[in-house]
Design a protein around this ligand. Structure first.
Ligand SMILES: [Zn+2]
Length: 536
């Protein structure tokens, strides 16, 4: 009996080592759920065709993406045809019985077959195929043909929400850089771009019914120099016109990424109050902040004009962004002004609220109802739990996972974005001397990788966690190469947290694949923290 047990254990070990030996050859990030390498190669040449066996209207976005890579390598796109499966082709079938983001990718000697639940799944199959192809497809060095290792992949994401937030308020990026950021997300199979557009230090989106927001609110007079108390004396600002926004939303859609705008309320409102001082409790004067931090002046919760204003802003925002979710901020709202404001105190009495925390809940829920009436849902930072929360709001947990756990237990949907694991503006190395100045903290790539978004939850509660997000706040991140440096390679680790089944995660295996992926970053001219993966 003992011997039989030993044999079973030994057999299990061999099976484990055998599968591991195969898996070490997989290079794709995020790691596919199932992938089996086979002998031989498919030879992709300019004569290979993209053959749509059956598909959807928007399959051309996925095909255009793949053909961009082909144009880089061959000088021309592959021709796109329709018909039954054929040889020397990338045969594409959409099968709605698969999940929307699920795909099968089979590379054989004669052909490549892709079957996916939707065009989005086809796009992810192409992203995986991309990582099996030489770097020439990225950097435009021509090849006569491409040999692709035979492989069979069955893949789908663990979570439906895989996002990254970019702050364009503390420091702004050009439209072209935002598109590159979207490209970076697409490479890692992210599907949400959370765009932080308003804050104390600037208002960065054109709102036609409130022109002062950009005329006044988009500019600050000066900015604090690094970690000193001195200012640079240089005006700083900028904003995205509605035409810019439409272009970015469309570009993201072509990469199967939904853009979620964030309009901060009731705090982080200095830029809005400077533009329209009557919306604050004191009436001002206010200024667009050149310092970082949390400021006492917030939207007055007792003034109905505040709600009229915000509704007008959201009317335009909702028109511009087709996203199901609209982010309303809700974080770091000091209650000092509300305590001293007769209008706010009157509201507390009139609405039978206990205190200023409940006044914040009143504020957020009133806006939520408005946004719901337009067919959209809200996301708020975990502070919106304080003072009570509606059942329909989605929580983005940033102060660790505590708020997320609490919300998931209450039955609210949750996105885990804890500063302990997902704040990509924190230092990524302990060797601070040799890193660009950062806001502080320490989140190594291994720490990002170790995030388990459902830790501390039972299976039913865990179902409320819809995904993960990495955040790039930009107090000290002035330019786009620095954004890339903070994001790469850490978003690769987060991509795997969001995609790959937790029981399959293995940091050493990830690190090996991530080093391979950094060669692709280089070919794409992405700046990245090159030393980070070798350092650990
Ligand atoms: Zn007030």
């Amino acid at each position: 009996m003992k011997n039989i047990r030993l044999l079973i254990i030994l057999a299990a070990c061999f099976m484990f080592f055998d599968s591991y030996a195969t898996s070490t050859e997989i290079t794709i990030i995020p790691r596919p759920v199932e992938a089996e390498i086979a002998k031989g190669y498919f030879t992709l040449s300019p004569k290979t065709v993209i053959n749509i066996v059956n598909g959807e209207d928007d399959l051309h976005y996925a095909c255009n993406f793949f053909n961009k890579l082909m144009t880089n390598t061959f000088g021309n796109p592959l021709s796109v045809k329709q018909g039954t499966n054929r040889k020397n082709a990338v045969n594409i079938s959409v099968n709605p019985s698969l999940e929307k983001e699920e795909y099968y990718l089979d590379v054989t000697k004669k052909t490549i077959n892709i079957t996916a639940g939707s065009s989005q799944g086809v796009f992810y199959a192409f992203q995986s195929l991309r990582q099996l192809m030489p770097l020439n497809v990225e950097n435009g060095e021509h090849l006569a043909n491409i040999e692709i290792q035979n492989i069979s992949i069955k893949d789908k994401p663990l979570y439906p929400y895989r996002g990254a937030m970019l702050d364009v308020v503390r420091h702004i990026s050009s439209k072209e850089d935002i598109k590159t950021f979207i490209d970076m997300l697409a490479l890692h199979k992210f599907n949400r771009f959370h765009w932080h557009l308003t804050d104390d230090q600037g208002w960065r989106i054109e709102i036609k019914s409130y022109p002062e927001l950009t005329r006044v609110g988009s500019m600050r007079a000066e900015t604090l120099i690094k970690k000193t108390s001195e200012y640079d004396g240089t005006p700083y600002g900028g904003y995205f016109t509605q035409e810019d926004v439409k272009e970015i939303v469309q570009y993201a859609a072509e990469n199967y990424i939904t853009v979620i705008p964030e309009i901060e309320l009731p705090g982080h409102a200095s830029a809005a109050l400077t533009s329209y001082p009557s919306l604050g409790c004191t009436g001002g004067p206010y200024k667009v902040e050149g310092r970082w931090g949390v400021f006492n002046d917030v939207f007055c919760a007792g003034n109905d004009d505040t709600f009229t204003f915000l509704q007008g802003v959201f009317d335009e925002v909702i028109e511009l962004f087709p996203s199901e979710y609209i982010h309303v901020g809700g974080d770091e709202c000091p209650k000092k002004r509300w305590k001293e404001c007769p209008k706010c105190q009157h509201r507390i009495q009139e609405e039978n609220l206990k205190n200023e925390h409940e006044l914040q809940s009143y504020f957020v829920e009133r806006m939520e109802k408005y946004i719901n009436s337009k067919g959209r849902k809200i996301i708020g930072w975990d502070e919106i739990l304080e003072g009570g929360i509606s059942q329909t709001a989605t929580i983005m947990s940033w102060r660790g996972t505590k708020g997320g756990i609490e919300a998931a237990k209450l039955g609210n949907k949750v996105i885990m974005s804890p500063n302990s694991h997902a704040y990509l503006d924190y230092y990524q190395s302990k060797d601070r001397e040799n890193e660009p100045l950062s806001i502080g903290g320490f989140v190594s790539v291994e720490k990002v990788y170790s995030l388990n978004p459902v830790e501390g939850l039972n299976p039913a509660e865990a179902n409320n966690v819809i995904g993960v997000q990495g955040n790039i706040w930009r107090e000290y991140i002035k330019d786009f190469p620095h954004v890339q440096y903070m994001a790469l390679p850490r978003i690769a680790a987060l991509a795997e947290v969001g995609w790959t089944p937790t029981e399959m995660k293995n940091y050493e295996d990830f690190r090996r694949r991530a080093i391979i992926l950094t060669h692709r970053y280089k070919a794409l001219s992405y700046n990245f923290a090159n030393h980070i993966l070798s350092e650990e």
